[in-house]
Design a protein around this ligand. Structure first.
Ligand code: BQF
Length: 296
């Protein structure tokens, strides 16, 4: 039998702490402000953006939405980003991905000021993580670290396998967990890894971020392991009125029986991602005002 790590509960308690931080900043004349840029009408992106704005409201962060049509040009979008970079009232800039076809995400990431890059995607912020001097940590990796820390799971010396190597999730998680303070021994696996099951079944801590629904089966997991499921996938489910349901990268039912700790989907890493976006926005406001980062 395993213990569930509730990202929903941990995220809620982080948000409660952040609400107090925001109150304190406001009493010093600083109102944290997040610009949220959405281009086009992707339904999943609309849900995520709504989620983020609602959480801002809940903890007292001012959010400013910029909803642009799918026909927006690269130049229009870069001009908007530039105006947000130059706006001293705006502390954080979030551009929701994926962008519609024809827009270049890499150039948009590079257009965002590294000082307002609350998604932690700018090459400067990625480079700082690689150097062991992180500033903005992308929200999902930051959320995974906080989940482990707040569940009392030690990573030091642990054999950790990260399944997935994306710039947004797998790569930074692997870099951070192997860094000073976390001290895990990390293996990065991906779709071309030979004997994948053999590698994953050595892991004391397994982080699944491959982006394939229910990819990790019981036979791929070591008995008693800690399993962190970063996946957000939709699969058909005729019994649901929407016709589908959200699942992670882990076959939860069979894996749950075998491990010590596991994160559910929904209610696992997802809510942590949103909480850490809020934390990054507050830190952005603090840094831009010459203050040190919060302790989380
Ligand atoms: C939950 C995201 C893939 C591609 C782009 C709570 C979120 C999701 C799940 C959420 C995600 C995934 C976000 C739950 C933001 C996480 O209860 O389990 C919150 O809003 N996310 C995104 O902005 O872009 C994505 C996944």
């Amino acid at each position: 039998m395993s213990e569930l790590i509730s990202g929903k509960a941990i995220g809620t308690s982080i948000n409660d702490e952040l609400r107090k931080e925001v109150e304190q900043l406001k009493s010093n004349g600083i109102e944290p402000c997040l610009a949220v840029v959405l281009v086009g009408k992707d339904p999943a992106s609309e849900v995520y953006v709504r989620n983020k704005k609602r959480t801002c409201t809940e903890i007292g962060i001012h959010s400013i939405g910029h909803d642009l049509p799918a026909s927006t040009t690269q130049e229009d979008l870069e001009n908007l980003i530039q105006s947000l970079n130059d706006d001293s009232e705006v502390h954080g800039i979030l551009c929701q991905f994926p962008l519609p076809k024809g827009l270049d995400e890499t150039r948009i990431i590079q257009a965002i000021s590294p000082d307002k890059d609350v998604d932690g995607l700018h090459p400067l912020n990625a480079g700082l993580i690689a150097m062991g001097q992180p500033k903005f940590i992308s929200c999902t990796p930051f959320g995974v670290l906080q989940m482990l820390k707040r569940s009392g799971i030690s990573t030091s010396g642990k054999n950790t396998v990260v399944l997935g190597r994306s710039n947004l999730v797998g790569r930074p998680i692997a870099t951070l967990l192997s860094s000073k303070g976390w001290d895990a021994t990390v293996t990065v696996c991906h779709s071309r890894t030979a004997n994948l099951s053999q590698v994953t079944s050595q892991a004391d801590i397994l982080v699944a971020a491959i982006g394939i629904a229910e990819f990790v089966k019981a036979e791929m997991v070591k008995p008693g392991a800690v399993v962190i499921d970063v996946g957000i996938n939709r699969i058909d489910d005729p019994s649901k009125k929407s016709g589908s349901r959200m699942v992670g990268d882990v076959a939860f039912k069979e894996v749950e029986e075998k491990v010590s700790y596991i994160t559910p989907v929904p209610g696992g890493v997802g809510p942590m991602t949103i909480a850490m976006l809020m934390a990054n926005t507050i830190n952005a406001a603090r840094w831009l005002n010459g203050m040190p980062e919060m302790n989380l």
